[in-house]
Design a protein around this ligand. Structure first.
Ligand code: ARG
Length: 462
């Protein structure tokens, strides 16, 4: 028995087994079946409006498509299917259910536009889900900040203790990155949410479809403006992959921070048992595998982005079969992104901070040096001299084995005449932070406001 194809009249011989195996995409593009059915139902209605199908025929086809959708929920549905791709499978199933009527469904339609349509419908849902999951993670970061609003940690540059910040201020840094990621996903969605149907293979359909009406039917915001562009381009998917990659980049850095901060060396925080694993050999181990996998999967998503990028480079207009290679990276990036967002939220929810540890790390280091230099500058010493004085104070302290808290007011004033007795209070990292009260700073009032604002912004996103 020869397999049903959407082409074949022009051929004297069928495709070889080797070529069929090599070129078939059903094993991965079957994930588009829901989108293919939705798009095909809308197309049947469009065929009704241009008079190719009678109203009853439209209803009959739409019902048959719906029945295929139901069948597709059964686990064995795809077993043994040897169709070239999901579009071919759906039409074969339609013929089984609707007989000859099914022969009209592909009137004035090409798989080139259909594949663009299906990916857009699929991605739109995935982006919506990812946006919601990202907002949930951002909510968990805010909650984690609110659980320890006054905790002081050393912030780092070059992985060296730099200046003291509040724990929520640190978390809100990621909130901001994720807020931009949310925007990027939303912007990608806007590019995805454009109807390609009506473009035909590349020249525009030969039937006078009201494309605006099809767009409204499928919930698209607008219609594409050039049929060749539709067959040729995948930049809407690249926009998604870029947004996904940047989100993964931020997730990976968050994972890296928390792997460090939960280590014995730092000891700042404890990850929940539920998000860690043990060692088959070493009984004492509690490993941050969830975070390591987030970090690891970020590389995989960047790979998906570059994979499609490179696939598209150098293709002559318009459609080329190379473009079938678009789907696996898109699917995998969406899966990994969504999996990581949910995982990261679970990790955030499980975290117990031990505030004494980072507070001690701040107190024992010279994160207050900038505060001292700035205090001198506020009293009239030029900043360059102030920097020198504070630097010498640090050097002297290191030589003498003194921590900031070991200095008395009298000693400080004796060290350099520019110091005043009240400046000794700045030896406590929490004091210097109070000078950083401005938008975006770690001053306690600014951070409290930023937390409130973050909660309000989250409400807008949800
Ligand atoms: N499976 C194909 C793809 O994903 C569908 C489009 C096929 N079009 C064609 N002209 N061969 O790209």
């Amino acid at each position: 028995m020869t397999k049903m194809k959407l082409w074949g009249g022009r051929f004297e011989e069928g495709p070889s087994e080797i070529f069929e195996q090599f070129s078939g995409s059903l094993h991965f593009d079957k994930r588009l079946i829901g989108a293919d059915i939705r798009g095909s139902q809308a197309f049947a209605r469009a065929l009704g409006r241009v008079g190719i199908l009678q109203a009853e025929e439209v209803d009959q086809l739409c019902a048959a498509f719906a029945a295929i959708g139901e069948d597709a929920k059964k686990p064995a549905f795809f077993d043994g299917a040897g169709d070239e791709d999901v579009h071919t499978l759906v039409i074969r199933k339609l013929k089984e259910k609707a007989g000859h009527l099914a022969d009209k469904i592909h009137t004035g339609r090409s798989r080139n536009e259909q594949v663009s349509l299906d990916i857009r419908l699929w991605l739109r849902d995935e982006i919506d889900a990812a946006k919601a999951e990202l907002a949930d993670l951002m909510g968990s970061l805010v909650s984690l900040g609110l659980r320890y609003p006054d905790a002081v940690i050393p912030g780092y540059t070059h992985m060296r203790r730099a200046q003291a910040v509040l724990w929520p201020h640190y978390l809100l840094a990621y909130f901001e990155m994720f807020a931009r990621d949310w925007e990027r996903l939303d912007q990608a969605r806007a590019r995805v949410n454009v109807l390609p149907l009506g473009s035909g293979a590349l020249a525009g359909s030969g039937f006078p479809f009201d494309r605006e009406a099809i767009a409204a039917d499928l919930g698209f915001a607008s219609v594409t403006r050039n049929s060749m562009d539709v067959s040729a381009d995948r930049d809407f998917a690249l926009d998604f992959l870029y947004a996904a990659s940047t989100t993964m980049l931020h997730l990976s850095r968050l994972a890296e921070d928390w792997i460090l901060y939960s280590s014995e060396e730092f000891g700042w925080l404890e990850l929940g048992d539920g998000v860690t694993s043990g060692s088959s050999l070493m009984p004492q181990k509690k490993n941050p595998d969830s975070l390591e996998l987030i970090r690891g999967k970020s590389g995989r998503v960047f790979g998906s982005f570059s994979s499609l990028y490179v696939t598209m480079k150098g293709l002559p207009l318009t459609y080329n079969r190379d473009m079938q290679e678009d789907k696996e990276p898109i699917f995998d990036a969406a899966d990994q992104l969504r999996g990581c967002l949910v995982m990261a939220k679970a990790v955030a929810d499980s975290i117990k901070l031990n505030p004494a540890k980072p507070a001690l790390a701040a107190q024992e280091s010279w994160v207050v040096a900038t505060d001292l230099a700035e205090a001198l500058a506020k009293n009239g010493t030029a900043f360059h001299q102030a920097h020198q004085i504070a630097g010498r104070l640090v050097l002297e302290s290191i030589r003498a084995g003194k921590r900031p808290s070991d200095w008395t007011a009298a000693e400080l004033c004796a060290f350099a005449p520019e110091f005043t007795a009240d400046m000794v209070r700045l030896m406590n990292p929490s004091e210097g932070m109070k000078t950083r009260e401005l938008i975006g700073g770690t001053g306690p009032a600014s951070v409290a406001e930023a937390l409130d604002a973050a909660e309000a912004r989250l409400k807008q996103l949800r």
